[in-house]
Ligand binder design. Structure first.
Ligand code: ZN
Length: 110
């Protein structure tokens, strides 16, 4: 069910379009302010990490609420129109995330 107004919806949509989604920009700004140097959307690495800190051998995947479907997240909304289209899109993203996680296993506490 869609829980946000039309106005907020359109603002959210403009925020999630394209490569540089809002959360990603925030992470980049933070890293940059701390003096880190990074590369964006590195195609040569599995899953095309959003941000790569080569010097530290760190890959960062910025997973926004909407596309990556956070469990029980209030920002993970589902548009009411074109339900089939969105469910297909979300399925593709989740399948891709699952595949990427196999290359970059996340260990608790690290
Ligand atoms: Zn979320």
């Amino acid at each position: 069910m869609d829980i946000v107004s039309k106005e907020i919806r359109s603002r959210m949509m403009s925020g999630i379009k394209g490569k540089n989604t809002q959360p990603e920009i925030m992470v980049c700004k933070l890293l940059h302010a701390q003096g880190f140097r990074y590369r964006l959307h590195v195609k040569s690495l599995p899953g095309k990490p959003d941000i790569v800190l080569k010097k530290y051998k760190i890959c960062i995947f910025v997973h926004g609420c909407f596309w990556h479907r956070h469990c029980q997240c209030k920002y993970t909304t589902t548009p009411t129109t074109r339900a089939e289209f969105w469910s297909k899109k979300f399925g593709q993203t989740q399948a891709r995330d699952k595949k990427t996680l196999r290359y970059w296993p996340v260990k608790d506490g690290e």
